[in-house]
Design a protein around this ligand. Sequence first.
Ligand SMILES: *Cc1c(COP(=O)(O)O)cnc(C)c1O
Length: 391
Amino acid sequence: MFWGSAFKPFIVPRFQRDQLMKTQLKTKRIWNFSAGPATMPPKVLAQLGDDLINVDSTGIGILEHSHRMPTFDRVLGDAIDSCRQLGEIPNDYEIIFVPGGATVQFSLIALNLIPDGATADYPDTEIWSAKAIIEARDAVPTATIAVPFEGKKFHYDHVPVAGEMIPTPGAAYMHYCSNNTVHGTRFHLPPTAAPGTPLVCDASSEIFGRPMDWKKHALVYAAGQKNFGVAGMCVIIAHKDVIRKPVRKLPSMFSYAAHLDAGSRINTPPTFAIHAAGLMFRWMIEQGGIREMEKRNNAKAALIYKEIDGSGGFYRGLSRLECRSAINVSFRLKNEDLDQKFAQEATDAELDGLIGHRDAGGIRASMYNAMPIEASKALAQFMRDFMRRNG
Ligand SMILES: *Cc1c(COP(=O)(O)O)cnc(C)c1O
C-alpha cells in the first residue's frame, strides 16, 4: 500500500529507535588528534577485532596463542618482513621488537652503547631528549653525557642549525630526537655529529612517516603507539655490528644482542602489539608506502600551517618556520583561556585531543601516518570558524 510503505521508516517503535541510536553511538568515530596513543585505521582495527576471536582460522584468538607456536611464528615473521619492506631497511640492519616504551630505551641505549669513561652527545631539543639525557646519566654514571645544544634556552622553538652545535670529537654516538612531539619541531636532515660518530635516533613520533637515511644511523628506535599501533612495545632497528657487540655484559632483558639472539622472544613478548604492528606495516605498504605517508603528512600539516600563517597572529606557531614538524603542529592563541575555549569547542565539534602537552601549553594537532586528510580539513575549517567568532 502506498501510504503504508511511504511512512514506514517513520513509525519505528521507540525502543527500536533507542536501540539503533545506541548501536550508532557504539560504532561512531570522531577525529582524534591525540599525541599518543593515537588514531588507527578502521580497517586495521576491524581486522584486530576479528583476530581477537580467531586468527588465521585456527579457532584461537591472537591473545590466546602461544608465542612459541607456528601461528605466532607467522605473525612475528610477517611483522619483521613488512617492517623491513615498509621502512626500506637495508639487510645489514637488524630489526627487533622489545617490551617497554621509548622511555625504557633511554636507559637501554646508554647501557648497550656507551663504554665506561666514554662520551655520548645528546642535543636537547625538547622534553623527550631531556629525559633521555637524565636516564642515560643514571644508566651509565661512569660515562659523560654531553649536551652540545641546549634548546631550552630558546623555549625549544628550533633544532640546532649549522654551526650552532659543536659535537664532541670521538663521541660514542650522538643521540637525537628527529621529530619533537611536544613543540612540533623536527630535523629536516639528520644532525652533523663528529667525524666517525654514528647517530642514534628517537623516531617515536615520525617513524615510517618519511624515508630514513639508514647509513648515518647506528640505531633507530620508536614506540608503537603513535605510528604503528600499540603502547608498551618498541621497534629497534640497528646496524648488525652495533647490536651484536654490546659494550658491557648485561642482564638478558636489557641486552639488545640477547633480544636479537632470541628472535625477540627471550620471554613472552607483547604478542598483541607485535600483531598490531604487522597489520599497520602492511596497511602502510598497501597505502603506497613510506613516500606516500610522507606526501600525506606534508599535505595534512600544510593545511594547518596555512591557517596559522594566514591568521594575522590570531594563531601563533611554537616552532620556527624552517624546522616545523609535518606530524605534530603546535600553536597558541592569545591567552590560555582562549586555548581552553578552542580545545573545548573543538571537542564539541568532534575534533578531539587538541589540548597541548602540559610542558608547552597551547594547542597541538598530532597527525600521524594513520590520520586521514579529511581530519586536517575539518580542523582547518574549524580554525577559520573559531577565528571568525573570536578574532
Ligand atoms: C611519545 C614519545 C616518547 C615516550 O614514549 P613511551 O612509549 O611513553 O615511553 C619518547 N620519545 C618521543 C619522541 C615520543 O614522541
